[in-house]
Write a protein that binds this ligand. Structure first.
Ligand code: FPP
Length: 250
């Protein structure tokens, strides 16, 4: 593990990592337990990933905690996830302050139960000046819904003569997404062997490197994050240019 850490080039660490934390249900089932047991055990993986990312100098970490589609799960599971969110945020606030973590949320957070909104807003407000890493939770998030929402807000400005159609560009669209205050994603990690993006950060992942692992999310640890970052560092990001242009920095 130490050797793996030494192999990481600390000058080329991804600035923004996004994670689809998948496999909690299967992990629990494999142990003959209820799905919710998997969600509870996901918290250790979230904490370890955030701590390790922060120590390596990753500035933005975005975790897919609850999708717009997750509302369709059994009420029991949705309720359990919401109470897990509330208790975790409350409990972790002193740690976020100690570790200089700024907490942020993306998604249609107004659709969360009122107590969850209250705790979330409080943690966001209390941590807003923290600097080391921005930890964003995607909650009631769907990328298509995000884009629809942005189009509606831009259209309203056009109708009210606050914006000209000709002025609409990528930057304007960016500024109307839930992620307006976040940079593009550099590395996306998905656990549990599924090779899908599942409506996560579609716009923001246009040039992201995608990394898939069979590890189930509750088992995800430091070494797995090292593997993902090492894999990322071995790839050449060309952004549409040729290898020669990248080498000569054209
Ligand atoms: C995916 O596994 C995981 C989720 C849908 C929920 C992740 C959310 C949490 C761990 C809790 C949120 C709390 C905080 C503090 C952000 P799955 O249930 O889809 O697993 P499966 O594919 O094996 O069924």
């Amino acid at each position: 593990m130490e050797e793996k850490l030494r192999s990481i080039n600390l000058h080329k660490v991804p600035n923004h990592i996004a994670v689809i934390m998948d496999g909690n249900g299967r992990w629990a089932k494999g142990k003959g337990m209820q799905r919710v047991f998997g969600h509870r055990n996901a918290l250790t993986a979230i904490r370890e990933t955030a701590d390790t990312a922060s120590e390596l100098g990753v500035k933005y970490l975005t975790m897919y905690a609850f999708s717009t589609e997750n509302w369709n799960r059994p009420k029991f599971e949705v309720d359990a996830l919401m109470s897990l969110l509330i208790t975790t945020l409350k409990k972790e606030l002193p740690e976020f302050m100690r570790k200089d973590v700024r907490v942020n949320a993306i998604g249609n957070t107004k659709s969360l139960p009122k107590p969850a909104q209250k705790v979330l807003n409080n943690v966001i407000e209390k941590t807003k000046d923290n600097q080391k890493i921005t930890l964003t939770f995607a909650l009631s998030y769907g990328a298509r819904e995000e884009i629809v929402n942005a189009i509606k807000n831009i259209s309203k400005k056009v109708v009210n003569n606050e914006m000209e159609i000709e002025k609409i560009n990528e930057k304007i669209i960016n500024n109307h997404l839930y992620t307006f205050n976040l940079p593009d994603v550099d590395l996306m990690i998905r656990t549990s062997g599924e090779h899908r993006i599942s409506n996560f950060l579609l716009w923001q992942m246009a040039y992201a490197e995608l990394y898939f692992t069979d590890v189930l999310w509750p088992d995800f640890r430091k070494e797995h994050l090292f593997n993902a970052i090492l894999d990322y560092q071995n790839r050449e990001r060309r952004f549409g240019k040729t290898s020669e242009q990248i080498e000569t920095n054209e």
